[in-house]
Design a binder for this molecule. Structure first.
Ligand SMILES: C[S@@+](CC[C@H](N)C(=O)[O-])C[C@H]1O[C@@H](n2cnc3c(N)ncnc32)[C@H](O)[C@@H]1O
Length: 211
């Protein structure tokens, strides 16, 4: 389902200032291969939110080849430095991310892990300023308690694809991914420990403040 006017996203993306050439190379790779990166408008949203939050500790779940990671890392570095965890289960994507982020001079603020993201987060005993969830969609609901327990009070939960290309609006859509996204979104919105909203950029970004 087409949620937006065909010219809206290209217009919003055209407003984002020119990026580092390596970020633009990563965007070209996504266009050429169909790899699902968040794209420049959502990347810029993450950068703005991370700067506003003054975040120094970011945990990213489902990092691909490091495109969204780069936007968080740019913001964390400008916030005075810290750590962005890049977590993906594919070793080649992790190596690609190390190469791209190395060329952007960002590896000093990024830690790379080849792992299943929820299990890896569950194994840590620390709380983050920002957790970004972009893993396989059927796994969203079970990830929520783990995310919540690793988000500091005052921290920010971000999740991509919460509009799922309009499928969440289609009452007839009962597949596992669509149902999981609905369940995850409802769970965040009805949890009194979160104040949540959906930013309808690209495929919908859930933004929730952890009280
Ligand atoms: C949507 S893509 C990531 C895009 C990335 N966040 C960006 O915008 O640049 C999700 C990636 O995470 C991987 N992935 C999905 N579920 C995962 C999980 N539970 N643990 C680790 N990696 C996962 C996928 O194989 C894919 O490479």
């Amino acid at each position: 389902m087409d949620l937006f006017h065909a010219r809206l996203m290209p217009y919003l993306e055209s407003l984002v200032p020119p990026r580092h050439p390596v970020l633009e190379e990563m965007e070209a790779r996504a266009r050429a291969t169909g790899f699902p990166i968040v794209g420049p408008a959502v990347g810029q949203l993450f950068y703005v939110l991370t700067r506003l939050a003054g975040a120094r500790r970011v945990f990213e779940m489902g990092s691909g080849y490091g495109y969204s990671t780069a936007w968080f890392a740019l913001a964390v570095r400008e916030n005075g430095g810290g750590v962005v965890h890049h977590v993906v289960w594919d070793p080649q994507l992790s190596r690609d991310a190390q190469q791209y982020l190395g060329r952007m001079g960002l590896v000093s603020v990024v830690r790379f892990h080849v792992a299943e993201a929820v299990e890896y987060l569950a194994s840590l005993h620390e709380a983050f300023d920002v957790v970004f969830n972009d893993i396989e969609k059927p796994a969203y609901p079970d990830a929520l308690p783990v995310i919540k327990s690793h988000l500091r009070s005052g921290g920010l939960l971000l999740a991509d694809n919460v509009l799922w290309y309009g499928r969440v609006l289609d009452r007839g859509a009962r597949d596992a991914a669509t149902e999981a996204i609905r369940q995850f979104t409802r769970a965040v919105f009805t949890d009194p420990d979160f104040a949540a909203t959906v930013v309808p950029l690209r495929d919908g970004v859930l933004v929730a403040y952890r009280r």
